[in-house]
Design a protein around this ligand. Sequence first.
Ligand code: GLV
Ligand code: MG
Length: 302
Amino acid sequence: MRARRSCLAVPGSNPRFLEKAQGLAADEVFLDLEDSVAPGAKKDARANIVAALRDGDWAGKTVVVRVNDLTTEWTYRDVIEVVEGAGDRLDCVMLPKVEDASHVTWLDTLLGQIERATGLPDGRIGIEAQIESARGLVAVDEIAGASPRLETLVFGPADFMASIGMRTLVVGQQPPGYDEGDAYHYILMRILMAARAHDLQAIDGPYLQIRDADGFRQVARRAAALGFDGKWVLHPSQVEAANAVFSPSQEDYDHAELILDAYEYYTTVEKRGAVMLGDEMIDEASRKMALVVSAKGRAAGL
Ligand code: GLV
Ligand code: MG
């Protein structure tokens, strides 16, 4: 699995940002052709992105390009120009506003043709699918199983809130009047279940109040607590916070390693199933939970 604790959005229309992004500690960068690029700037943005992928230093990052959605006139050319121009530098194409499994299979077929035509290894380019409407959420299971290229499902809160008529204009925050619970809980869990049922990662979308560091942390911690793998970041100041929130704490990591060591010892040397570790009873399920924390901790370099 590729690292995606922090997924940095970079507008393809801004060469300065394309340059700057290379020096930031984001796990993933996605170079955008969709909503951060004005209609009149799409063509130049494709060329900027190909040049940045070809000439830039993206080492150590998951490199993604977000194309326009399938209702536009831009999508096919976005995919063809970027993948023909720099497919050997690209990990995934992100498809926004996915509402049906056929959207993913369309992209899968096109990517396969470009790979064959340009001599790229078969299946090299992965897919990230954004779920950002009621239709997309209702079809999320079929979408998640639509292609072996799929690597992640990504929640798009801004478009989603518009799609369902949620009464707020502040993306990522709770709508005023809904004070007791978390208005996003169902959506996040629905996406997470579909992702995990198909061995995909689940990524939370943007928090647009970029000066509100506490708000970002709070929203990110919620998604991380449920099991999400990472979150979009829109500004360099959010990168470190996302990397920290989506990594286990040192304490949790150490605890997980202890459970794994103790369990290994008791089950193999003493041949016991459920055993006590201090005040805590551990068994095979505890081992599985500890493995998740341990794997995330190792990926984060703990
Ligand atoms: C992201 O694309 C969003 O709509 O929130
Ligand atoms: Mg969107």
